[in-house]
Design a protein around this ligand. Structure first.
Ligand SMILES: Cc1cc2nc3c(=O)[nH]c(=O)nc-3n(C[C@H](O)[C@H](O)[C@H](O)COP(=O)(O)OP(=O)(O)OC[C@H]3O[C@@H](n4cnc5c(N)ncnc54)[C@H](O)[C@@H]3O)c2cc1C
Length: 404
């Protein structure tokens, strides 16, 4: 697929892979392929337990972390094959992997910077969700300006002692391990004094407090680290190299996004049906916005293909990752705002209300996707990156020094 710049066709092998996965999903999904939905849970812990079982089955059949080396539970497949796998999983309406932080962020970082012992110890338990990971990067005063982290790592006998406060740590309440950026040398320049650790989330001194989000759910947390002992063999990379190691984690947060691509195509199809059913389609202004949403989703598809094509040719992803993140998050917010306008008087309703198409799912999605322009680097930061690195505008000092 995409071997040449404009070749957007998949190869017969990639189509076979797609068919293979589709066949597996049709016989293993606990809901109807592409139509039914995973069960709806009122309790996040139940949802996570269900997600762990589902991910274990998927990994058992070889459909998780397909780009990883086979020795660590992957299949040594390429990026285009992974794109096909992610598209198919989303098309089947499989839930997002509960262990995605391990699979997409911590795992690739350990593959790039971990020792052989660290890889052998941690990687095999990530694809089957035997161990879940979280990302202990952001702090109350270090989000966009990530290199400003204040959590300290003090040298002690046999390892390090970590003290500080992390925030917005997704799934920390269920995680077994966390990748953590901490300041090991306060006298060094801002991003030279950082080190990267794997923290045992069950260790004494780790206190996790869930934070309630706009949706009423509590996926992310505040994490207090008080005299947490981290042995030497849990330091990833050399002391002082934390910023470089964290760069691997951050670069995996953006870029091609087959899952969001398929999800937004599905959202749009459902929205057009809802508009037809409730009469909103007869309103010219709404019809025009639906057409605009269709154009935007198709453009997002082309942006994805262009980036994938570049990666396939062995080129660096470059600032395209920022353009993609910026584009899909803004597109998503517009699409979900349109959904509420299509719902009209039903827009303020929630689950279990009568006369509410989607039973609250549109309202929840509108709330949820407000976060898309904040996580994985805010859109203002993405605009800085595009401005500075694509358009060549003058650099903004804070963003250039330590921005994620
Ligand atoms: C749903 C969700 C899940 C998350 N999960 C995790 C997680 O698991 N682990 C983790 O470590 N973090 C996580 N985060 C945190 C996320 O990465 C940060 O919220 C993000 O980096 C922004 O940091 P901040 O919230 O501290 O905002 P700040 O950095 O304080 O920014 C506040 C505002 O100022 C703007 N701003 C800041 N600097 C600049 C600049 N230089 N130029 C222009 N504008 C600027 C920002 O765009 C923003 O609008 C999550 C966030 C969300 C919303």
């Amino acid at each position: 697929m995409l071997a040449r710049a404009m070749d957007l066709t998949t190869t017969p092998e990639q189509e076979r892979l797609r068919e293979q996965l589709r066949g597996w999903l049709r016989s293993h999904l606990p809901w109807e392929y592409g139509v039914g939905l995973p069960p709806r849970f009122d309790d996040l812990a139940e949802e996570v337990a269900f997600g762990r079982r589902w991910q274990a089955d998927l990994a058992d059949a070889g459909w998780v972390a397909v780009t990883w080396p086979a020795a660590y539970g992957g299949r040594d497949l390429g990026l285009a094959e992974n794109f096909v796998v992610q598209e198919e999983l989303a098309r089947s309406r499989a839930p997002e992997l509960v262990g995605r932080i391990g699979v997409n962020l911590a795992g690739p970082t350990l593959l790039a910077h971990g020792t052989d012992d660290q890889k052998a110890r941690w990687l095999p338990s990530i694809p089957p969700a035997r161990e879940l990971w979280c990302q202990l990067f952001s702090e109350p005063d270090a989000g966009s300006d990530l290199a400003a982290v204040r959590t300290t790592a003090r040298r002690v006998d046999g390892g390090w002692q970590l003290d500080g406060r992390k925030v917005w740590t997704s799934y920390a309440q269920f995680a077994d391990w966390g990748v953590c950026l901490a300041r090991s040398d306060p006298s060094a320049p801002k991003h030279k004094g950082l080190s990267f650790f794997a923290v045992d989330m069950h260790a004494p001194g780790v206190d996790v407090r869930p934070l309630v989000q706009l949706t009423g759910e509590a996926e992310f947390n505040e994490v207090e680290l008080t005299e947490v002992f981290v042995p030497d063999d849990q330091l990833v990379g050399a002391p002082g190299e934390g910023w470089r190691v964290a760069g691997s984690t951050l670069s995996n947060e953006r870029g091609v996004n087959p899952r969001q691509l398929v999800i937004h195509m599905q959202h749009l199809e459902e929205l057009v049906s809802a508009a037809a059913a409730c009469g909103a389609f007869d309103d010219t202004r709404l019809r025009r916005r639906l057409a605009q949403a269709y154009v935007e989703v198709r453009l997002f598809q082309l942006h994805n293909w262009r980036s994938l094509s570049k990666l396939q040719r062995g080129l660096e992803p470059g600032p395209e990752g920022s353009i993609l993140k910026l584009y899909w998050s803004e597109m998503s917010k517009r699409l979900h705002a349109l959904a509420l306008d299509v719902l009209g008087p039903a827009a303020p309703l929630w689950r279990d209300a009568t006369g509410n198409p989607g039973d609250g799912s549109w309202q929840r999605a509108w709330l949820y996707y407000q976060a898309a322009s904040i996580f994985a680097g805010t859109n203002e930061i993405q605009r800085n990156v595009v401005g500075e690195r694509v358009l060549g505008l003058p650099r903004e000092p804070v963003a250039s020094e330590g921005a994620r």
